[in-house]
Ligand binder design. Structure first.
Ligand SMILES: NC(=O)c1ccc[n+]([C@@H]2O[C@H](COP(=O)([O-])OP(=O)(O)OC[C@H]3O[C@@H](n4cnc5c(N)ncnc54)[C@H](OP(=O)(O)O)[C@@H]3O)[C@@H](O)[C@H]2O)c1
Length: 403
């Protein structure tokens, strides 16, 4: 083979593999250099995947500072494999250490909050840190917040499916053929997470930083990768593992009301890809300042990460099926939770039996292509999760403490 032909083939191979390494759409690297990140929630389910995806980018961050509150977990970060040129430091502390949050945000180009969607004091401290940085350097930091489609819940208690659907892009009125698409402006001020999201939007509008609020629905699938294998991050989601634990505890798949209510779903890997796209696009905007790279921020920076939908009844049926197949129950048929059981397992949670529907039109407009979007993918995930929950927790119901 001629030498120039060999060089050409090698160049093609390198090009293809550099694209493959990043599972998100190919985005030109012009203008992005390794950035510093202040990361909250890296030991969590969402945070573990987000950090993994960012470290695997063609241009990974040069410096990551993770706020970690558990001394045991803090030690484990030493074992994490990092790309060359990336350093990772643990800042020992909690969301209540507001001075540390301010200092951490002052030091970073990007702040990622995957710890809590509801801690207003913590978010205000992060915002203060980013404002201080702007005042000192003239540059606006990128703030990526994790919210949730709890924003859209209603009081269906499992009895009905709503046709009210929110979009992160263009709302449309209801027609004979299609339901209304509500805008993010229509979210009630007293909805879960709304107060925090509104405060962030105000900080963006003042010009203190650029905010990108990612809004996940039910997230599913085991967290994958070294960060989970080494016991650093929690590999379990919230809603489905909780429903599975309840079902195992009572020996029958559980449903609230008729289970007619609808929620969106997203696989945790697909969600991580959206964070990675937004991270890259937000930084391109910041460094290039070109219109073509710009993606919406502030009030135009809500990104719904919804890839598909399911009914609570379908989820319960999948759990029932997995219970029968694995000899964990006698009948695959879900049974309705009594009032006492609802109280025991869910307390007064406003989420119980609610609808929460939305469309990630803006997310898809910036190149997000979730791979596991079908309801069948989700239901297979629920069946697999039933087996994993049983194995890890031995079917014992332990209510998750929310912080
Ligand atoms: N999972 C879902 O289906 C889902 C859906 C929609 C939205 N969300 C939102 O996504 C965010 C992350 O959820 P997740 O499922 O990843 O939860 P998770 O697995 O419980 O992780 C929470 C993370 O935040 C950290 N954290 C919590 N409170 C803290 C505090 N006071 N000080 C310091 N660190 C603290 C935890 O640290 P430790 O390891 O020390 O506990 C952990 O790293 C939450 O805001 C949640 O509402 C989740």
């Amino acid at each position: 083979m001629h030498t120039s032909e060999m060089f050409r083939l090698v160049a093609i191979w390198v090009f293809r593999h550099s694209i493959k390494r990043d599972s998100v759409d190919f985005i030109p690297k012009i203008g992005i250099t390794g950035k510093s990140i202040f990361f909250l929630g890296a030991t969590g389910y969402v945070g573990g995947t987000v950090l993994t995806k960012l470290l695997a980018l063609p241009t990974p961050p040069s410096k990551v500072t993770c706020l970690v509150r558990s001394p045991d977990k803090a030690k484990l970060f030493d074992q994490l494999t990092l790309p060359s040129g990336t350093t990772l430091t643990v800042l020992f502390g909690s969301l209540q250490d507001l001075d540390k949050l301010i200092a951490g945000a002052e030091e970073a180009d990007v702040v990622i909050n995957a710890a809590s969607a509801d801690d207003l004091d913590a978010v205000k401290a992060l915002m203060q840190g980013m404002k201080n940085r702007k005042d000192e350097t003239g540059h606006r930091s990128v703030f990526i917040e994790t919210s949730g489609t709890g924003l859209f819940i209603d009081d269906a208690r499992g009895e009905w499916a709503t046709d009210l659907i929110y979009t992160d892009l263009h709302p449309t009125p209801k027609t004979r053929d299609s339901p209304a698409l509500l805008s993010m402006e229509d979210v009630p001020p007293n909805a879960p997470h709304r107060e925090v999201d509104a405060a962030i939007n105000e900080g963006d509008a003042r010009g203190d930083f650029k905010s990108f609020i990612i809004v996940p629905p039910t997230i599913w699938g085991a967290g994958q990768g070294e960060i989970y294998d080494k016991g650093i991050s929690n590999s379990f989601s919230q809603q489905m593992p909780r429903l599975i634990k309840i079902s195992l505890d009572r020996g029958a798949a559980a449903v609230v009301g008729k289970g007619a209510n609808i929620w969106g779903h997203v696989n945790v890997g697909d969600l991580g890809d959206l964070f990675a796209i937004i991270y890259q696009r937000a930084l391109q905007t910041a460094s290039e300042g070109t219109k073509s790279a710009a993606i919406g921020h502030g009030k135009s920076g809500f990104y719904l990460s919804i890839s598909g939908e399911y009914t609570s009844l379908a989820a319960a049926q999948a759990i029932g099926q997995a219970m029968v197949e694995n000899k964990l129950g006698d009948s695959a048929q879900p049974t309705r939770l009594s009032e006492e059981e609802v109280q025991k397992y869910y307390g007064n949670s406003p989420y119980t039996g609610s609808n929460s529907r939305g469309r990630g039109d803006r997310s898809k407009s910036i190149g997000w292509r979730p791979k596991l979007a079908d309801e069948r993918d989700f239901l297979r995930g629920v069946r697999e999760e039933t087996v994993r929950v049983r194995k890890v927790f031995d079917g014992v119901y332990v209510p998750k403490k929310r912080s």
